[in-house]
Structure formats: structure tokens, C-alpha cells
Design a protein around this ligand. Sequence first.
Ligand code: AMP
Ligand code: MN
Ligand code: MN
Length: 339
Amino acid sequence: MLNGVPVPPERAVAAKSVAAVLAPGARVALTTHVNADGDGVGSEVALWHLLAARGHRPAIANPTPIPERFGFLVPNGADHSDRAAKEIEAADVVVVLDISDIGRLGDLQRAIKQSHSVVCMDHHVSQGSLPDGPRLVAPEAAATAELVFDFASAVGWPLSRDAARALYVGLLTDTGAFRFANTSPRALRVAGALLERGVDPESIYESVYASAPEGRVRLMTEVLQTLVVEPEAGLAWVTVPPDALHRHGATADDLDGIVEYPRSIAGVRLALLFRQIANGRIKVSFRSMGDVDVADLAHRFGGGGHKRAAGASLEGSIADVQRQVLGAAREYLASRAGS
Ligand code: AMP
Ligand code: MN
Ligand code: MN
């Protein structure tokens, strides 16, 4: 209990099995899901610091670039995502953070399938399809950052202020700034322990939420214009116009949080965001309130996630995908009406 927060015994056992493969001298690559979020980046940056302090030279190797919003966390020379597949191939150990599903590792899937040692730290419900290896996986954790914190605690590796700051970003962003259902007493205790290590919450707020490019806000106004609400169903959705990201010089990260607006409407139990992604697919973000389980709903479309936040990517035009997903959503909501 190094940080004043006890580590559940099963997590401590798992942490030790992970530490055992991170032997001195091993070449370690760290990665996370496509379109990395604050938890993916925060967790890998924290682990990068933990490993660097032990004399490793770890490399972050993500399938897509780290969003600018989180650039302030990334140490110089740590991010090798521009040659990620090569880093993965050259690594003795690959640590996959914040995802258990190989399908969400984009172009790195092939390299990761061929790796001999794949560690995973994750809090998703969906049991993944990664190659065998030590796992520190707990769906009840608020964020993967909580598990990286537990890892450091359990194996007694000191957590520097820079590592603590990265973990704080993971907890902050995955709990919607400590508002969502995963804001457990334990998540707040871990956040408290991180602040005790010298993390400055206001400067993090500024970097993560208050340093937006103008295009992010203009994009948001345009997406919110598309809002449709079906009050009787408890359903609301928005659609990103096909060329909107490009016109506003924005990236997928700039859409983060927009789906909270349809979800914030009184009586809405299920909110959706539709957008076109590469290779002609449509990405759907699912958010829910109360007892609506969107992991279950997203799973029907080949996706996954958590009970109140999930996603899927489907083939077809926006109109086709909306027809399918909205149909399933209405049926799902009707079947759970009043339950
Ligand atoms: P997003 O809507 O992209 O913010 O994602 C919300 C949650 O759903 C996150 O926990 C993601 O890991 C998960 N998720 C998003 N997209 C997918 C997908 N295509 N397949 C499986 N899970 C996803
Ligand atoms: Mn994530
Ligand atoms: Mn996460």
C-alpha cells in the first residue's frame, strides 16, 4: 500500500506477473488503441517514466498519432508512432494499454500478433483477442491509469511527479472530469494520491480542456446543429458533416465530448454520434444514462466499450448505418422502458 491506497490482491498478483516480463535490458514498446485518448496516452506515458527510471529505453508506438491536446505529457524522444510497426517488431515485450481487443490496434495488428510477449493493462468489459501474455485487466477500474497506478504500487516502483501527472490525465479524462458513473471512491483516492505527488490540477485542466484551437469550437457548433431528439424514445443523436473536420483543421480528438450534449438533454437515455472515418466506414459513439447498457448495444455492431460509453465502426453510408443503429436503439429503449 505504497500510496495510501490498498491494491486488491488479484491486481497485485497480476502486477507481479507483468513486472516479471519487464526484465532489465528488455526492449519494451508501449501502445494503445487507435485515436488515443487521455487514458491511453496517460497510461503509456506513465509507464514510459516508470520504465525509464529503471534504465529501460521504452518506445511509445501507437497506431495513430498522439493528439496535440496530450502532447504536453510526452517526453522528448519517447514517441515513435511514426515507425510504430517497426518498433513493435523489434521489441522483446509489447505492452498494450487501454484496450484488450486486437481489432482496435489498427495497422499494428499484424506486428502484435507476431510478438512473443504481449502484456495488457486494461479496463474494458470486452475480453480481448490479444496473443497470450500477462494481464492486469479489471473492468471495474475507472481508467487504465488506475491500473498503472496499482501496478507501480504493487511492485514498489517509485512514481515520479511526471508519471503521476500522466496518470491524473487518464483518470480525469476517462471519468469525464470526475463526473461519470466510474468516478468511484477509489478513483478519487487514487487521484488524491496523485495530487499528493505534486500534480497541479489547474494547469492540467488548462492543457486538456482550455487550450482548444478555434476550429474545435467551430466544429462543435456545426455538429450540434445536426441534433435530432426523439423525446418519447429517450434518444438523441448528432452527425458530423462529412468534410467538417477538414474544413476546421480538426482531428477526431476535437470531437471528444460533443456526444455529451445530446446525452445532457432531460429524458435522454441514449445518445449517439455518427461520423465518417477512413476506408468508408462509419464510427458510432454510444453514450447512455441509467440502466441502458451501450457496451451490449455496440457489441451487436462489432464494437464494444463500457456500460455507459461504447463505440463501433460499421460499413455503409451514413444513412444506412443510421437506419440500422437507430432502429436497434429504438427497439432496445422500448424493451427497457420503465425497467
Ligand atoms: P468513443 O465513442 O470513441 O469515445 O469510445 C467510447 C468507448 O467505446 C471507449 O471505451 C472505447 O474503447 C470504446 N470503443 C470505441 N470505438 C470502438 C470500436 N470500434 N470497437 C470497440 N470499442 C470501441
Ligand atoms: Mn481509451
Ligand atoms: Mn480507458
